[in-house]
Design a protein around this ligand. Sequence first.
Ligand code: FMN
Length: 364
Amino acid sequence: MRTWHDRRILDLFGIELPIIQAPMAGATSVEMVIAASKAGGLGSLPSAQYSVQQLREELQRVTAETTGPINVNFFSHVTPDADPVGQMRWRALLASYYVEYGLDPAAALSGAGRAPFDTGFCEVVEEFRPKVVSFHFGLPDRSLVDRVRATGAKVLSSATTVDEAVWLEANGVDAVIAMGFEAGGHRGNFLTQDMTTQVGTMALVPQVVDAVRIPVIAAGGIADGRGVAAALMLGASAVQIGTAYLLTPEARIPKLHSTALQGAGDASTAITNVFTGRPARGVVNRLMRELGPLSDVAPAFPTAGAALAAIRSKAEAKGCNDFTNLWAGQAVRLAKRRPAAELTVQLFKDAMAVLEAGSTVHRP
Ligand SMILES: Cc1cc2nc3c(=O)[nH]c(=O)nc-3n(C[C@H](O)[C@H](O)[C@H](O)COP(=O)(O)O)c2cc1C
């Protein structure tokens, strides 16, 4: 296969293709990670919705199938203090949905959390020694990052502005993911919560490339060979792709999520905080329309989800996606149904064809 001349990420991670299958908590399966890794890209296993024991079991399954480099991904938020008043305001806002589904608005809450990186997860990293560890929402405590680095892992994190990229470089990451506004799922912003600061991939990538010395990975809105080629031309050393992998058979998402993806177009998604308390991009649905997409009442991440869990499961049981987070990026319509290994290879082949043709008229 042809190669791309910028080998910085390839050499750093020991991979063949500059294609990173994005970590997607709640959507990435072990099979997807194995397929992307075996195809020569970097498979990424997200941990935010696992317990320490679940992560250990998933990593055992991955490492039984591939010795190729993999990325293990963690959220690095700080769990907020209990906020009973904020939770009451949030539940008051949701009360009419509880009534609609015959639920008790005062019932005890459970579930729907996201776990931050901690010593328990760090011990799993020390045990399995993945080639790459990536963080979302900045970096965890210095002592934990030092322990990760001591395993030999390369450390990544996402930046949504030039300031965040410069901060991450100053704090020792080996490469930075420049995450454009188009991207699906939670935004990686951590120096600001102001969504008016968020930059599109086309503008963000070259400005981050100019501002840091470490290699840059472009993410957001890249779903075919044209997008990969464009990102490489902007100076990215690799791309991280999420939404396109949601259409692979290896994706582990509810049927009503994949149905929403198939019907979505360029203008179907928005950034919302109503599902978790933190801004994330998903296909617009009833909850986003009626309470958001951005709500001042949504409690701090990740605590907004608990009050929604019962309504969501009642609605889903009826085949209704009104209360489901349908994470997807703006390029969702470009994604094609194909197995994850084929997608990984094809993205790169198509990008090389575009670059060799010297024209983006080429349609993969
Ligand atoms: C369903 C979904 C879940 C995601 N979960 C995570 C996650 O757990 N950790 C993370 O770092 N990024 C997460 N992201 C962001 C992706 O890793 C990636 O940066 C993004 O999908 C790239 O943009 P694209 O969707 O336009 O390809 C998620 C994205 C999606 C679509």
